[in-house]
Design a protein. Structure first.
Length: 440
């Protein structure tokens, strides 16, 4: 899989040729594929200045890394990129997300995420733009202290596993300003649209989410599609359900299960209470769900590390309760490993790369998350890329890449990554050596 990057860029070019082009007549000297790949290159390299550096290199040397790494023949201006991409809806990028998942599936990696016969998908909404002045037709509007705030938000699903650190980002679904004014209505509706589309995932899914998702219509929607869920369920928003649980607890008691997890000084005590088939609300024909409470404490100090409760449509038994509790806790990865990474680890999701008048505010974040997905694919499947990333912190890795590509011409992506993956005590190389991957 060492040539995966070249294959992906080739597929990217062919796919982007089919994107709608608002230009007419002879004003198409720069191809659509050069425009889209130029935008992707900025996110993939995590360098807002990448294109300018490559324009300078092309002017001075007659060649650039934009061409050798991404196949970009003519580098468009930033304004030209924004103008053309503003007319393209983000769903045109779906085949590229599918391609990324296909690499993982073909390599058998996706099957490693299968859990309880399903693939866990964590859902969560995140805000990636806020302004009191700049807005577009896609902006959500919120009133606070007599001030109007213009926002962009999206649901950013990911595939997770309690046994793997890496998360797999999926195609986002944007929260639309036509959905309503309350956060719950907007985020839930966007999640429903994502589930309806399933973003080309022909897989049995297990949805994870916070208390926002643990309400009857959404749960029924998931069940109707043959999927499963494990959602956080707080007492404050499920008072009648908890009254029912408390009544049974007092009258007959709840089933309990205790397990010690971990080894030596990292041992934890996981304590469960659970009950199956309780009404989620007080309506006459309320959906029956299965409830479990989990408390985690350190076996040596007794200090409580976690306390929470979940509902699920999966029947809870002594043989699967730990699996359900474990995957339920994994929903935190969508905040820490996904949303936090996109905002603070070099992807600059909250940066306004271009607002546009039509679809730019959605197309560019979708392209940005695609870069995150492809970095994940490379990190799992490309040995040199994984070794290069392991040598330095993430931020420095991309800073080093920016510096190298700003001053040195690399004939291919494989040459660049092989060079960055070299051991520190490897023999010194001349610039001409960078033409030959065998010397790396």
């Amino acid at each position: 899989m060492e040539k995966i990057f070249t294959d992906f860029i080739h597929y990217f070019r062919n796919t982007s040729k089919q994107f709608p082009d608002k230009r007419k007549g002879k004003n198409t000297s720069i191809t659509m594929e050069d425009i889209v790949l130029s935008a992707f290159a900025v996110f993939h390299m995590q360098s807002p200045s990448f294109l300018q550096f490559q324009r300078n290199m092309k002017t001075k040397e007659g060649r650039s890394n934009a061409q050798s790494l991404f196949g970009i023949e003519k580098i468009p201006s930033d304004n030209h990129i924004r103008d053309i991409l503003d007319a393209i809806k983000p769903h045109y990028l779906q085949p590229l997300y599918d391609r990324g998942l296909k690499y993982l599936k073909d390599a058998g990696v996706l099957d490693r995420y299968r859990y309880m016969q399903r693939y866990p998908v964590a859902l969560d909404g995140t805000q990636f733009y806020s302004s009191e002045k700049l807005c577009c037709t896609k902006c959500l509007r919120r009133e606070h202290n007599k001030t109007t705030h213009y926002l962009h938000q999206a649901v950013t699903p990911i595939i997770v596993s309690p046994h793997h650190k890496e998360i797999i980002p999926l195609m986002p679904e944007f929260i639309q300003n036509s959905d309503g004014k309350e956060k719950q209505d907007c985020e839930i509706n966007a999640s429903k649209r994502w589930i309806d589309k399933k973003r080309s995932l022909a897989l049995p899914l297990l949805f994870l989410g916070d208390d926002l998702y643990a309400h009857e219509p959404f749960c029924k929607d998931i069940i109707s599609k043959g999927d499963a869920f494990v959602f956080v369920a707080k007492e404050a928003s499920h008072k009648i359900m908890y009254e029912h649980i408390d009544f049974i607890a007092r009258a007959a008691g709840l089933e309990r299960f205790t397990q010690v997890v971990g080894r030596a000084h990292n041992q934890e005590l996981w304590e469960y209470r659970f009950i199956n088939s309780v009404p989620i609300n007080g309506s006459r024909d309320a959906l029956k769900v299965n409830w479990l409470e989990l408390k985690v404490s350190n076996t040596h100090t007794g200090k409580r590390g976690y306390s929470g409760a979940f509902i699920s449509n999966i029947e809870i038994t002594l043989s699967n309760i730990h699996d359900i509790g474990l995957i339920g806790r994994n929903r935190w990865k969508i905040e820490n490993e996904n949303n936090n990474t996109l905002k603070t680890k070099g992807y600059h999701l909250e940066h306004n790369f271009g607002h546009g008048k039509n679809h730019l505010s959605e197309f560019l974040p979708t392209l940005n998350i695609l870069a995150f997905l492809f970095h994940t694919v490379l990190g799992i499947l490309d040995g040199n890329y994984a070794r290069a990333r392991a040598k330095v912190p993430t931020k420095r890795f991309f800073q080093d890449m920016e510096t190298l590509t700003s001053f040195i011409y690399f004939t291919s992506w494989d040459i660049l990554i092989a060079f960055m993956a070299r051991d520190r005590d490897s023999p010194m190389l001349s610039i001409s050596d960078l033409m030959d991957i065998s010397k790396l």
